[in-house]
Design a protein around this ligand. Structure first.
Ligand code: ZN
Length: 162
């Protein structure tokens, strides 16, 4: 599950940063996640919480801000580009997929944890990227952002008592 390895990296960075600031507790962290990372924020949160158990980041609030992809076009347009349809949670391939297999709910859940699911997401990602057209002229535009995953802020408690 690729969310798990991402969560590991985030966790290590958070702990390293917190220790560098002599934190006694990590209260919250905010991530900025490009929509094109196609990472599941809920799974990421879950993995992080598991990793954080017993550490100073245990129970930290895990906030994810989704970032729309940005594009650059030969017509001169530079900026955000939303994929066709609704850019928000309703665009979810996941949602549609689960509904179409309604009679087989447990099967769908199992597949969520298998490698096959990750491959499926990979191909969906490519389709998604190919569908990004310039909002001004409609031509295919070069993607310049939306694949980033950044730790934006870490809110810590320090035990500095002088
Ligand atoms: Zn254009």
């Amino acid at each position: 599950m690729h969310e798990y390895s991402i969560a590991c990296e985030i966790f290590e960075q958070v702990i390293a940063t917190a220790k560098a600031h002599r934190a006694s507790e990590v209260k919250s962290l905010t991530l900025v996640m490009g929509r094109l990372t196609h990472t599941n924020p809920e799974q990421l949160k879950f993995c992080f919480e598991v990793l954080a158990e017993g550490s100073i980041a245990e129970g930290a609030e895990f906030i994810v801000e989704m970032l729309s992809p940005s594009v650059e076009c030969e017509c001169g347009y530079q900026g955000r580009a939303e994929p066709p349809g609704h850019p928000t949670d309703q665009s979810g391939e996941d949602i549609g997929e689960d509904r179409s297999e309604n009679g087989n709910e447990s099967g769908a859940r199992n597949r969520n944890e298998s490698g096959a699911e990750a491959e499926l997401h990979q191909s969906e990602l490519l389709e998604y990227v190919a569908a990004l057209n310039c909002p001004t002229c409609g031509k295919a535009a070069r993607i310049t952002g939306g694949q980033e995953l950044i730790i934006k802020t870490i809110d810590i408690e320090t035990e500095d008592e002088s």
